[in-house]
Design a protein around this ligand. Sequence first.
Ligand code: G3I
Length: 347
Amino acid sequence: MSLKEVYGPYFKIGTAVSAKDLRDPQAQEILKLQYNSITCENAMKPRYLLDENENRGNAEKYDREPAVRFDRIRDCLEFASANGIGMRGHTLVWHGQTPEWFFMEGYRTGEGSVPAGRDVMLARLEHYIRSVLEFVQEQYPGTVYAWDVVNEAAADSGGLRASRWTQTAGEDFILQAFRFAKKYAAPGVKLFYNDYNTYLPCKREMIIEHILKPLLAEGLVDGVGMQSHLLMHSPESAEYDRTVRAFGSLGLEVQITELDIHNAVCSERSMEELAKRYREIFSILLQAKKEGAANITGVTFWGMRDETSWLTEFRKETSYPLLFSGNFMPKMAYHAVMGVPRVHYAD
Ligand code: G3I
């Protein structure tokens, strides 16, 4: 049995993949065996899809209709569609990994450069979303089943994050982005709002009241993504559970989109603790799903194995946060996750 088989009755199991993973035959085998969903860790972000040379070289021509290039995502889309694996599209609109020049008048940066106005930015936003969705839907129909339309727009303190998007397009950029996504998404493609630290009470409330409810009122959103970059003791399990249920009670799909648990000690004891923490998280998710308290439709791990996790660079210490290590050796955490539906929830 594999992860996707054990969790098949409940939700999809996914992983983030890097361009390197996709070229590695061993990683490809693990992808086919264990997962029924993949997310490009970086390649589908605006930084990699916006064509810098074209746009900046012909700024007048592309001022309201930015040029987009797709060479960096073809491999992933090919692999997914050839192997019947679904993809989460990550991400259309984000303040991160979106080049500074994209927000500027004439795509100019440096001395004397000026942020573009709302009218131009909304035109760029619509054209970008339209280009990306149409490419993916026409060339690989049915492969991308969900999009993180907007990523990380809320601040941890509970307000809207101030960013180049709020500064240029305006504070309603989330609503605008979802309207465009809804306009161009193929029927059945699910539109998600995705964020981290969603279990901080004031951030969760802000997301519900000021992001999700306005989107729901216009019928624009299908789901909420809880990234879930967790620590060993934070958030508390009860708070995580409350969050899953709070989002679930809105009637939206809930997906865990970037799960990992930072752990900087690789001793056997520490890896046992990691396994226990994973067991708790998956128990919360399965329980909520089985009770009908949250329509959890997918859980995606943020990376395939410890050695390539983003956390080591980010935390400035070696992290051991995932289910596999080395040559895709399953860790105790893998067996713990596999055991949750078998042991505790067998019908
Ligand atoms: O592409 C450049 C390459 O040209 C350059 O030579 C190299 C040198 O450092 O850097 C490469 O860019 C790196 C990029 O990943 C691709 O490998 C960036 O430095 C690095 O900062 C970037 O990190 C990514 C990070 O997002 C950026 O914010 C991580 O891999 C990726 O895991 C992470 O993913 C995010 C999600 O999208 C949103 N939620 C949080 C999550 C973790 O930060």
